[in-house]
Design a protein around this ligand. Structure first.
Ligand SMILES: NC(=O)N[C@@H](CC(=O)O)C(=O)O
Ligand SMILES: [Zn+2]
Length: 430
């Protein structure tokens, strides 16, 4: 099967390319990238006015399988991924059982490859059952296919075990992804601690709960030499700590989510439980600092922290609802709305934070449109505008705070290994 993508604006951060070219895909690979390619008999995608990027990668997704299939399955999660323009996702180990052994890692990989939707790179647990007590068999996890290690969903409370985890992770050559939350400082809270939490009568989680752990983990990364990636940065203080760590040459990277650079804790007014997320939505100064961190390179990666829950679980009092919101199907629209159209990031910079940057962290090669590369491609229509309708999601999770928002700049075609796994009704394929 040959596919010709005609007249698109090619954005390839790896090759430093931003120009109009045709792309020919043959046998699952990019075979040519030139002006005015002709290919008789090829399926032709009219990409004029559209952006053609390497396949987007979301390095922080909760697929929920095995164990929590009422929230999401690998299949529904990956359908949501490709609809959101992602050709690959890294999934967090807080399943049931926890992905702390080879069996679960292999199960996820097998299930995902049988589906043939987006690629999946499982993240293995740092500690058994993510209980923060005993280390996992990290070399076994790596051999089974784990792309990084994390106890995400829970912090690693003890500094001693985190130190040993980093020592071993470094030896096996995997990045540690840290969910930074001091359990005592965060205890019992359900939103950002501040004026609004006081007015709403909800117990707050101070920014310090995150920052204390960001500081600790940076110090432990320096001590052990282990590459450290800070998940879902939400505060100004965390951005500053990561910036300082990078300036000192430490192997520290960070991600921010669309909800943390779009919303503040003001969104909690009205008690919509889809705004309940960990770390919580913060204040205006925090949102501004995250945008600054994205612009100056302090924050390397945009990841969704897609965290589906059932309606029943979320349809309760705010303080009893589980933390988490879905993000795969709104991510690109929010990136365009908050970062690209306002000029905070160029399209190429935004694409880099969703392709090559997470790919390098996870040790994945496929991140470019260079001839010879595997044809994982995302096409974005910067002028397509749609209203977010949770009922139209491919994800089982409808827990989005963006329902009813008009988003402009949306994925219209997702290709994995030369196969079109998602296309928007509006795109012209001949
Ligand atoms: N972010 C969340 O609020 N929830 C995540 C866990 C996590 O990413 O910390 C979940 O698994 O539901
Ligand atoms: Zn987390």
């Amino acid at each position: 099967m040959r596919i010709l993508i005609k007249g698109g604006r090619i954005i390839d951060p790896v090759e430093n390319k931003d120009k109009t070219l045709d792309v020919l895909i043959e046998n699952g690979k990019i075979s040519a990238l030139e002006k005015k390619l002709a290919a008789d008999g090829a399926v032709t995608v009219d990409a004029s006015g559209l952006l053609v990027a390497p396949g987007l990668i979301d390095m922080h997704v909760h697929l929920r399988e095995p164990g929590y299939e009422a929230k999401e399955t690998i299949e529904t999660g990956l359908k949501a991924a490709v609809r959101g323009g992602f050709t690959g996702v890294a999934c967090m180990p807080n399943t049931n059982p926890v992905a702390d052994n080879q069996t679960v890692i292999k199960y996820i990989i097998d299930r995902a490859s049988a589906l043939g939707l987006a690629r999946v790179w499982p993240i293995g647990a740092l500690t058994r059952g993510s209980r923060g007590e005993q280390l996992t068999e990290m070399a076994d996890l790596k051999n089974a296919g784990a792309a990084a290690l994390s106890d995400d969903g829970r912090p690693v409370a003890g500094s001693g075990i985190m130190r040993r985890a980093m020592q071993y992770a470094r030896m096996v050559g995997l990045t540690v992804i840290s969910h930074c939350e001091d359990p005592e400082l965060a205890a019992g809270g359900s939103m950002n601690e501040g004026f609004i939490s006081t007015r709403l009568g909800l117990k707050g989680i101070p920014g310090a709960a995150e920052e204390v752990m960001v500081a600790r983990d940076i110090i432990l990364s320096e001590l052990t030499g282990c590459p450290l990636h800070i998940a879902h940065v939400s505060t100004r203080g965390s951005v500053r700590l990561v910036r300082e760590a990078k300036a000192r040459g430490l192997k520290v990277t960070a991600e921010a989510t669309p909800h943390h650079f779009t919303l503040t804790d003001a969104a909690v007014e009205g008690y919509n439980t889809s705004t309940k997320v960990n770390p919580p939505l913060r204040g205006e100064a925090d949102v501004a600092a995250i945008k600054e961190g994205l612009a100056d390179g302090t924050i390397d990666v945009i990841a969704t922290d897609h965290a589906p829950h059932t309606m029943e679980e979320k349809d309760v009092e705010y303080d009893s609802a589980p933390f988490g919101l879905v993000g795969l199907e709104t991510a690109v629209g929010l990136v365009w709305r908050e970062l690209v159209r306002p000029g905070i990031l160029t399209p190429a910079e935004a694409v880099a934070k969703m392709t090559v940057n997470p790919a390098r962290l996870l040790g994945i090669e496929k991140d470019t449109l260079r001839p010879g590369a595997v044809a994982d491609i995302t096409i974005i229509d910067p002028s397509l505008e749609e209203t977010v309708d949770p009922l139209s999601f491919a994800s089982k999770g409808r827990n989005t705070p963006f329902a009813g928002w008009k988003l402009k700049g949306l994925p219209v075609l997702t290709m994995v290994g030369g196969k079109i796994v998602y296309s928007h009704a509006g795109i012209k394929i001949l």
